[in-house]
Design a protein around this ligand. Structure first.
Ligand code: NAI
Length: 263
């Protein structure tokens, strides 16, 4: 435990599971006030208890990142309850596979709504409060899929490339405004989380190994030079650095944490 983020208010979307949950626990252990939001609210009590036990102050808000009304009320609640916002991790995301010729427009639009609209709305509505309360760091979760093409994954790749590009333009606006808000994207490689269950199913033996090499072209653990998936903590470590003043000269850039996958 440390007090590295003591007194800092951090908003993490998609915090009920996976990378977002890991980030919530790590920032809590460094003393932060963690506003954890997610579409999934049924585990919120355990999540808040976990944050508090880790050494932070937890607060949960049920939140669909693709809804502008929901974003307005999340930021209003943070402003009235905590009076400031220092760090935002736009982490919520979904992915569906499928050939371009098979993909329903509704599936494409769903990915765009959560992965792209969600990040746009997060930056749009967080920035004014962050500006007014001394600046900070916004971390948009993209993917190696936003850098490297993958067959059967065009919709997801398109959303994550959009996050990368949007991040840069938004960062330039903040830099020009000298408002003290840095905005970067983080690009995890293949990480052991439940997102892979919905993408391509679990392994037959129930383990969490990234399965089915054929399904996603090269996007498998076998395609990673390190020969293994990354861990949640390996991504969270990058988020901690981007959130801290140690990355004070970095904005509009990508932090790629992928075991060499895109090298
Ligand atoms: P996960 O599926 O474990 O967690 C995603 C969370 O987002 C879930 O708690 C889910 O309820 C929430 N969510 C989904 N739709 C939402 C919405 N409309 N509003 C609010 N919350 C919503 O996935 P994981 O792996 O932790 O993913 C986190 C981020 O990392 C995503 O943006 C994902 O695309 C990205 N990523 C993941 C990689 C991986 O290999 N696991 C690789 C590269 C990027």
């Amino acid at each position: 435990m440390s007090d590295k983020f003591a007194g800092k208010v951090i908003l993490i979307t998609g915090a009920a599971n996976g990378i977002g949950k890991g980030a919530a626990m790590t920032f809590a252990a460094a003393g932060a006030i963690v506003v954890a939001t997610d579409l999934q609210a049924d585990t919120s009590e355990a999540l808040v208890n976990g944050i508090n036990q880790a050494g932070g102050t937890g607060h949960f808000i049920a939140h669909d990142v693709s809804s502008e009304d929901a974003w307005i009320s999340v930021i209003d609640e943070i402003k009235s309850r905590f009076g400031r916002l220092d760090i935002v991790i736009n982490n919520a995301g979904i992915g569906f596979t499928g050939l371009v010729t098979d993909m329903e427009l509704s599936v494409w639009q769903k990915m765009m709504a959560v992965n792209v609209d969600g990040v746009f709305l997060g930056v749009k509505h967080s920035l004014p409060l962050m500006r007014d309360t001394g600046g900070g760091s916004i971390i948009n979760v993209s993917s190696v899929a936003g850098i490297k093409a993958t067959a059967n994954f065009s919709g997801y790749c398109a959303t994550k490339a959009a996050v990368k590009s949007f991040t840069k333009s938004a960062a330039l606006e903040s830099a020009a405004a000298q408002d003290g808000v840095r905005i970067n994207s983080i690009h995890p490689g293949i990480i052991d989380t439940a997102i892979w269950d919905t993408l391509i199913g679990t392994t037959e033996d129930g383990s969490n190994e990234v399965p089915r090499a054929a399904t996603l072209g090269g996007m498998t653990a076998e395609g990673v030079p390190f020969g293994r998936p990354g861990t949640i903590q390996e991504i969270v470590n990058g988020m901690v650095w981007l959130a801290s003043d140690e990355s004070s000269y970095m904005t509009g850039a990508e932090l790629v944490l992928d075991g060499g996958f895109t090298a």
